[in-house]
Design a protein around this ligand. Structure first.
Ligand code: G3P
Ligand code: CA
Length: 392
């Protein structure tokens, strides 16, 4: 057994639903007699058991094991599985010829060697994406065959120098390659490989004739991940993308929530005045629950920081989201001081690891259902600690 694998027990297996509610807090209890409960039981043909069967807290490997390997590579995804992560995340953007590839943004300047390819020098350009100007090279200006000549590299070499060891080792994966890889790994490891798939800039890409959702739904259907109990979450910062996907497939949707004062880009484009602050109210959460199964809030929406960057008092978001039957998968945990709350930093080196377990403990104690982490092994140990403490 690899580190963390199968060691964080499924909440309902170990404690039972009632026991879990009593020990972990009533807000985590599974709604009964609802579509959510049906998903939790899996279908009558025994295909999958749905997202409610995942271990809680669920550890989601953010862009793979991106704390240890260049993000969004098969090497990063494989390492995350080896570390025992319960779910592996992909961010999706399209190529010029309509293939979905795994990159955090369409600007591939910082995560590939594209700048070292003289044949692509003329493709460097400046464009506005969701209201922000970027200069670089963009996936929508490359065919898949062209993108496949590039190699992935570490995004933050100044912080994660050791990861540069792997620069150039892997290409940009297509989402279809990831689906095939997940099938193969699932067979090899004897368990489903869960994915958490984000549509990036969906309104922007639709305006270019490169709508993401239909392409994603087609692939999910081809690989049998379109059902309510399929081992996949679909996530987006644009609620309309999750609404569109909900009409195409039954896979559980998760609405990502950025800073409270921000507005989803599709709202900006549609003239919808609501901000994230409106979406985290009980009424906003009820609206989300009408088409999605969860939310992915920034950790600051769960525990805000004070003026000095230290963790403050938890909000009511966990309780309020659970009251609407929504799971919470906040983002993003990272071990380095520069990413930790001020009260969990250790020493003065921003690239050194801080008291990551201390910070995770605070976040997990709020009752969140899972967490995105660049360091899934750390998050798994913290989840083990949390589960052991909850059981007494
Ligand atoms: O999707 C969850 C988390 O990854 C959201 O942030 O910017 O890393 O995609 P980002
Ligand atoms: Ca993401």
């Amino acid at each position: 057994m690899t580190q963390g694998e199968h060691r964080t027990p499924a909440r309902r297996t170990v404690l039972g639903a009632a026991g879990a509610a009593a020990v972990l807090g009533a807000s985590t209890a599974l709604p009964t007699g609802t579509a959510h409960a049906a998903e939790a039981r899996g279908d009558a043909r025994g295909r999958g058991h749905g997202y409610r069967s995942l271990p809680v807290p669920t550890v989601i490997a953010h862009r793979g094991a991106s704390g240890y390997r260049p993000e969004h590579t098969l090497g990063s995804y494989r390492h995350a599985l080896d570390l025992g992560a319960h779910v592996i995340e992909q961010d999706l953007v399209p190529t010029r010829d309509g293939h979905l590839v795994c990159r955090h943004e369409n600007d591939i300047t910082g995560t590939t060697d594209v700048a070292d390819h003289p044949e692509f020098a003329s493709r460097k350009t400046t464009k506005s994406v969701d209201g922000t100007s970027y200069t670089g090279w963009f996936t929508e200006d490359f065919t898949l065959a062209e993108l496949k000549t590039l190699r992935a590299k570490e995004r933050i070499p100044g912080t994660r120098q050791e990861n540069t060891l792997y620069d150039g080792r892997w290409t940009i994966p297509t989402f279809e390659e990831v689906l095939r890889w997940a099938e193969d790994e699932g067979r090899r490891r004897g368990r489903e490989v869960w994915l958490h798939v984000e549509t990036k800039h969906p309104t922007y890409f639709r305006s270019l004739g490169l709508g993401l959702e239909e392409r994603l739904a087609k692939l999910l259907r081809r690989y049998g991940r379109h059902r309510a109990n399929s081992p996949v979450f679909l996530q987006s910062f644009e609620p309309s993308s999750i609404q569109r996907l909900a009409k195409l497939v039954d896979s559980p949707g998760v609405v990502l929530l950025s800073a409270a004062n921000s507005r989803p880009w599709d709202f900006v484009q549609a003239g919808d005045p609501r901000t994230v602050a409106d979406l985290v109210t009980p009424a906003g959460l009820r609206w989300i629950a009408s088409y999605a199964r969860g939310i992915g809030p920034t950790l600051d929406l769960v525990i805000p920081k004070d003026a000095t960057g230290r963790l403050g008092t938890p909000t009511t978001l966990v309780r309020d989201a659970h009251a609407e039957g929504l799971v919470l998968h906040p983002y993003t945990h990272r071990n380095e001081n520069s990413f930790l709350p001020a009260d969990f930093r250790r020493g003065t080196d921003p690239t050194a690891y801080g008291d990551s377990f201390g910070a995770l403990k605070r976040y997990l104690e709020t009752g969140i259902d899972g967490i995105f982490s660049d360091n899934p092994d750390t998050a798994l140990l913290a989840a083990d600690d949390f589960t052991a403490a909850a059981r007494g």
